[in-house]
Design a protein around this ligand. Structure first.
Ligand SMILES: *Cc1c(COP(=O)(O)O)cnc(C)c1O
Length: 475
């Protein structure tokens, strides 16, 4: 039942007396059902904002109900303040936009896992089951070269857990015991090449992360050249592991040398220390389109004992960290106290398993899109935008270069096509809902279609039309 429209105010009467009361508005079916779904607090806040507009005489009292409904559907009064973004940057793994978008299968899995699930429940016995067993099995199916797998919170957690469990204070086994004995209970060390001391973004440096676990880094080699002999010279008591980190977001060119995984595996084996390889992006198997991107299968086949990587970069899944490799070492990590702090949540485990078992994830589809397909999408978008905004703004199709992003494949351009608008559309499109994130280059706002679904194009057209109205009104 809509709220009865207030009587028009009599002459001389304060119209604000006719602003509908909160309890009246909460009885309105649209607002009541929203209050049931989103909770009363947000709906009351939206009602309050609409009433306030009427009190300031910015709104007629009879329009308060409709304005409250409208406001209650805006991001400001939504249960989650995260705003849906359409990624028109051409950057496939955009960390600021939440990295990998999930596949339909992963989305379904997340919805199902949101309720009660047999996360750690053995249906046969009714007792405790193994957390993450499905996700682990899916990882192993995607990388048969690994004996065992463990899924944790993210790539940083995977790396921290590996170095702590192998070289930290509580490391068990030879290396840890020796480290403890050598330094009177002090921690062990890991060897890292000076060419692999990486900052991964937003000021986070992997060496700081490693040392925050209490493990000390022994740097070997130089920035541009590190040889097998550098590692051999640095090996000694107290070294818990050799760590090889893929410097994913930069390339060193020119007079360079790095020891290969195979060479380091020989060194590691001859000194009885494990070799841990952080490949970063999470390719489980080699991809000919990304020849410089390391993958878990190749690293393990070349002799790595453990491989760590992220779940939400090139793997295309949820935020997660993967640890793959020797069963005894994976078990040691699983038993380490910090594993409890780093473990993955049920939503991520469900999404990761479904990403691996389901259809090709969007990240893979987007990075493989052909120039022809991208040009076609750009043409469709340009035609629809032109149809909406007429000749009020110039709309052109231009070649554009996308990127893998997320610190992956830094040297690999992804050539495609974009729709070019005037530069002031860049900031304006970020004010809409959904927000459209474009790239502003050389005085143009470029809408790159690489990471847009065909079904999202009408929303982009709508957003451009709304931006045009706002910009037009300002001019
Ligand atoms: C991205 C990255 C990490 C960190 O992974 P997160 O999943 O972001 O925690 C660690 N190492 C390398 C080489 C990376 O590229």
């Amino acid at each position: 039942m809509p709220v009865a429209a207030a009587e028009p105010p009599a002459a001389g009467e304060d119209p604000r007396r006719h602003i509908p009361r909160t309890d009246q508005l909460l009885a309105d079916p649209a607002l009541a059902s929203l209050a049931e779904r989103h909770g009363p607090a947000l709906v009351k806040a939206a009602i309050g904002a609409a009433q306030e507009q009427a009190r300031r005489a910015d709104l007629a009292p009879h329009a308060v109900r409709d304005r409250a409904v409208e406001l209650a559907h805006t991001p400001e009064f939504a249960p989650s303040s995260q705003r849906v973004a359409l990624n028109a940057t051409g950057i496939v793994v955009h960390t600021n936009l939440g990295r990998a978008p999930l596949s339909a299968a992963a989305l379904d899995a997340v919805t199902a896992a949101a309720g009660y699930v047999d996360l750690e429940f053995d249906v046969a016995t009714g007792g405790r089951g193994i957390r993450g067993r499905g996700a682990n099995a899916a990882v192993l199916a995607g990388c048969p070269a690994a004996q065992a797998a463990l899924v944790v919170n993210n790539g940083a957690a995977a790396l921290s857990l590996a170095v702590t469990a192998l070289a930290g204070r509580m490391a068990s086994g030879m290396a840890g015991a020796m480290a403890g004995a050598m330094a009177g209970g002090a921690t062990g060390t890991v060897l890292v090449s000076r060419g692999e001391m990486v900052e991964i973004g937003d000021g986070f440096r992997l060496p700081d992360l490693i040392e925050a676990t209490g493990v000390r880094i022994v740097e070997v080699g130089t920035t541009n050249r590190t040889r097998r002999s550098d590692y051999e010279a640095a090996l000694g008591p107290g070294v818990g592991a050799i760590l090889k980190i893929h410097p994913s977001n930069f390339v060193v060119a020119g007079f360079t040398a790095q020891a290969s995984v195979a060479e380091l595996a020989e060194v590691a084996r001859s000194h009885d220390v494990p070799l841990v390889v952080d490949i970063g992006s999470g390719l489980l198997a080699a991809d000919p389109a990304l020849p410089d991107e390391p993958d878990a299968t190749s690293a393990l086949q070349a002799g790595a004992d453990l491989v760590t990587c992220s779940g939400d970069k090139l793997l295309g899944g949820p935020q997660a960290g993967l640890i793959l490799g020797r069963a005894d070492l994976v078990q040691r990590l699983r038993r380490h106290p910090l594993h409890r702090a780093f473990r993955a949540d049920k939503l991520a485990l469900a999404a990761l398993e479904a990403t691996l078992r389901g259809p090709e994830p969007p990240v893979t589809t987007y990075r493989r899109r052909s120039g022809t397909e991208l040009r076609r999408l750009a043409e469709v978008l340009a035609a629809e935008v032109s149809a909406r905004v007429g000749d009020r703004i110039p709309v052109r199709i231009v070649p554009a270069e996308g990127r893998i992003g997320g610190g992956g494949a830094p040297g690999v351009p992804l050539p495609g096509w974009a729709v070019a608008l005037p530069a002031d559309y860049g900031p304006e499109l970020r004010r809409g809902d959904p927000l459209v994130v474009a790239r502003v280059v050389d005085g143009y706002c470029l809408l790159d279609c690489r990471c847009l679904e065909q079904a999202q194009l009408p929303q982009v057209v709508e957003a451009v039309a709304a931006a045009e109205r706002r910009l037009g009104a300002d001019r």
